[in-house]
Design a protein around this ligand. Structure first.
Ligand code: SF4
Length: 189
């Protein structure tokens, strides 16, 4: 069950159909799903770059982790020829701020991607998050004056987050059926 975005205005603009189902209703469904499938076996996609603030994405991720749901945080990758082609992807700093805070929280909660049996969290190709699932103190939330910018004009930021992952000694799991651009990037870092 993919949330994609969490702020009401962002949801209404990016996905007016799905936005008719409230975030509260999604959370009720997550609770029910965890009762059926167990902690760590339910995940949801959260796309950074649709307009949600860093604070909103962190709040939603923390709430999901408390329920036993894996928040699969991914950067928006604008695709030429689609209605979102002109959107700016999130900056590498924005993604790093998310991963460095949420990764350790996942480890602390016992929600590791390696234990997930199926779905995007298991695959991991579209996110660098699994590379940050290490024991340790979660990075502090960046304050309002922090030096990161929410968006970047560089579409290479997805490459940067894969490289950050590789710097930590982790090679993202990239399955044979991953989108070609991700395969090429993962092989390059
Ligand atoms: S490539 Fe993997 S992580 Fe990305 S959408 Fe497909 S299953 Fe999910």
């Amino acid at each position: 069950m993919h949330l994609e975005a969490v702020e009401d205005e962002v949801r209404a603009a990016a996905m007016p159909g799905k936005a008719e189902v409230s975030v509260a209703r999604y959370f009720e469904a997550f609770e029910a799903a965890v009762r059926v499938f167990g902690r760590g076996q339910v995940s949801t996609y959260l796309i950074a770059g649709l307009g949600d603030s860093l604070a909103s994405l962190l709040d939603a991720s923390e709430r999901l982790i408390a329920l036993g749901v894996y928040p699969f945080l991914v950067p928006l990758v604008p695709i030429p020829g689609t209605p979102g082609a002109d959107r700016a992807p999130p900056s590498g700093d924005f993604m790093r701020a998310l991963y460095e805070h949420i990764g350790p929280l996942l480890a602390r909660a016992g929600l590791r991607s390696t234990d997930v049996k199926a779905g995007c969290a298991r695959c991991g190709a579209c996110s660098g998050l699994s590379g940050f699932e290490a024991e340790g103190r979660p990075a502090a939330r960046p304050g309002p004056g922090a030096a990161w910018t929410p968006t970047s004009e560089s579409s290479d930021d997805a490459t940067l987050q894969l490289r950050a992952c590789a710097e930590q000694g982790h090679v993202p799991r990239v399955p044979p059926l991953a989108p070609g651009h991700l395969l090429r990037r993962a092989r390059a870092v």
